[in-house]
Design a protein around this ligand. Structure first.
Ligand SMILES: Nc1ncnc2c1ncn2[C@@H]1O[C@H](COP(=O)(O)OP(=O)(O)OP(=O)(O)O)[C@@H](O)[C@H]1O
Length: 293
């Protein structure tokens, strides 16, 4: 497990990351979200030791992370750093060797990953000849070589077409199944919702929400939708509830006082038919909007 404890980084007067703490547990995918300039890249850079830490610490398996630990963590930085004028197979094998793999094993693994990402026919092409999305695929392969102990990926999905997104999703799921902790940042909330076990939300350098998607969806003020046989206008007169929306027989309410929803149901049944009474949980996009407002 990776643990981030009170990480803080300032650039002059700007506190880019302000006492941020969260865990990246083994075998789970943790999504890292937040608006432009929220501090995601700066946090990841500090985690990976490419940027100095002003305050706080990063723990790996319960103790302060070392340079050796970081070498075993697959990192995909925001600035992509491969050589434009080298054939992709050669440079990926070289990177794998730098990370300690034997040449033959490296070639086998790289070839397999290139096939997987639809680049099996392009192995001899120079990186610069590939489209941006295909260059991104090569970057992904570079960051997961060899089998990493953890993954820290800065916007790995940006610029990928749906097919490459699926290949990436499959790959990340394989790693998490093997117990690898994965942290990735993204602006694509639909993808984050589909993929993530856990979520960390940053706004202006601060952690404003963290937990499983279910926990976050459960955390807010409870909302209920009520559908009656007749007009629901009387709901406005009940205490402890805020009516968010009212449309004929349907009301959307927020509970402001404990137990107010029980009173609502009792009233509704005593007045006539109740067709539906359900808790409404916010979509991730709504939680995100509220947390970062
Ligand atoms: N090297 C730097 N020098 C000065 N300020 C910096 C530097 N790097 C980042 N910052 C500032 O730190 C803050 C956080 O930036 P960061 O890149 O970490 O955000 P982010 O969440 O990754 O944003 P985005 O989603 O746009 O990539 C911003 O205000 C940014 O301008």
């Amino acid at each position: 497990m990776l643990e981030i404890r009170e990480l803080t980084r300032r650039f002059g007067d700007n506190v880019a990351v302000d006492h941020v703490s969260f865990d990246v547990p083994a075998g789970l995918m943790t999504g890292f979200v937040g608006g432009n300039g929220a501090g995601k890249t700066t946090t990841m850079r500090m985690m990976m030791g490419v940027l100095g830490i002003d305050e706080g610490e990063v723990l790996w398996q319960g103790r302060a992370i070392t340079r050796h630990d970081r070498r075993r963590i697959g990192y995909m930085p925001e600035e992509r750093g491969l050589y434009p004028k080298q054939p992709i197979l050669d440079q990926l094998v070289y990177i794998a060797q730098l990370k300690g793999m034997e040449r033959v094993a490296a070639r086998t693994q790289v070839t397999e990953l290139l096939e997987r990402f639809g680049l099996g026919e392009r192995t001899k092409d120079h990186l610069e000849k590939l489209s941006l999305g295909n260059q991104q695929r090569v970057q992904i392969i570079a960051s997961v070589l060899p089998r990493p102990a953890a993954l820290v990926l800065d916007e790995p999905f940006s610029g990928l077409d749906p097919k490459a997104v699926d290949s990436m999703v499959d790959l990340l799921r394989e790693y998490t199944r093997d117990g690898v902790p994965v942290l990735f940042s993204s602006h694509q909330l639909d993808l984050v919702e589909r993929l993530c076990d856990r979520l960390v939300v940053l706004a202006q350098g601060r952690r404003v929400a963290a937990g499983t998607v279910a926990e976050l969806r459960d955390a807010g003020v409870p909302r209920f939708r009520l559908v009656l046989g007749g007009d629901a206008g009387w709901v406005r007169d009940l205490r402890g509830l805020e009516v968010l929306d009212l449309d004929g027989a349907t009301a959307l309410v927020e509970v402001r006082q404990d137990g107010a929803e029980q009173h609502l149901v009792a009233q509704a049944t005593s007045r006539g038919d109740v067709h539906e009474f359900v808790r409404v949980r916010p979509a991730l996009s709504e939680i995100y909007r509220e947390a970062t407002a």
